[in-house]
Design a protein around this ligand. Structure first.
Ligand code: FMN
Length: 191
């Protein structure tokens, strides 16, 4: 496989005021920088309007779309809202299609007792429809308010750091393999 530096888009999915998502996304983006195989791009969905009414793409969405298009891999940072993922993430998915295709996607989730895992399992179904490949391992913060201090630092970082490394290793493998495959043979199935 080529040694191309992979472009990793870390998507901060929660858009509400006072969100915890920014803590989780910044923590993971730092881990991805430190991993060494990625150029990391943090995408904050709160910065771009994602209208519910689908149609012609608003011009202000173009920079976001370009970031998705150039990404070799994605990590979606998601909370769990009513046993699913937030509408902001569904809207992002629905406004795009080819940008997800033949690329790997990983997850960082958080919430109460389930750690956001119900949101992640539902996102796997959605991304299958996009011809994306979700990787097996994820990072999950159950009862996250017990795990981070007031400065947004993990009280006991070893476990989450290890989980992040496993996720990033899987994204690096799939990211490189699919990058090379897309170059050699553009993915046009079902075009
Ligand atoms: C509309 C709504 C629904 C929620 N439903 C769940 C849930 O089903 N499971 C859960 O673990 N937490 C749930 N929570 C609590 C969230 O895990 C918690 O508010 C978390 O901080 C949300 O992420 P955010 O701060 O990044 O938006 C819910 C929160 C909201 C606002």
């Amino acid at each position: 496989m080529s040694d191309h530096t992979l472009d990793l888009a870390v998507i901060l999915g929660s858009v509400r005021d006072g969100r915890f998502g920014s803590v989780a996304a910044k923590w993971f983006a730092d881990k991805a920088h430190q991993h060494g195989q990625f150029k990391v791009n943090l995408i904050d969905l709160a910065e771009t309007p994602l209208p519910l009414e689908l149609g012609s793409q608003p011009p202000e969405m173009a920079p976001l779309t370009e970031k998705l298009a150039t990404a070799d891999a994605f990590v979606v940072v998601t909370p769990e809202y009513n046993h699913s993922f937030p509408a902001s993430i569904k809207s992002l998915v629905d406004w795009h299609f080819v940008e997800w295709r033949a690329k790997p996607i990983g997850f960082v989730s958080y919430g109460g007792i389930a750690g956001g895992s119900r949101a992640v399992e539902q996102l796997r179904l959605v991304f299958a429809e996009m011809h994306a490949v979700t990787v097996r391992d994820s990072v999950s913060f159950a009862n996250y308010w017990e795990l981070f201090d007031a400065d947004g630092r993990l009280v006991e970082p070893e476990g989450p750091n290890g989980a992040a490394k496993i996720l990033l290793d899987q994204l690096a493998w799939w990211g490189a393999a699919l990058h090379d495959a897309r170059l050699a043979n553009p993915y046009t199935v079902n075009d």
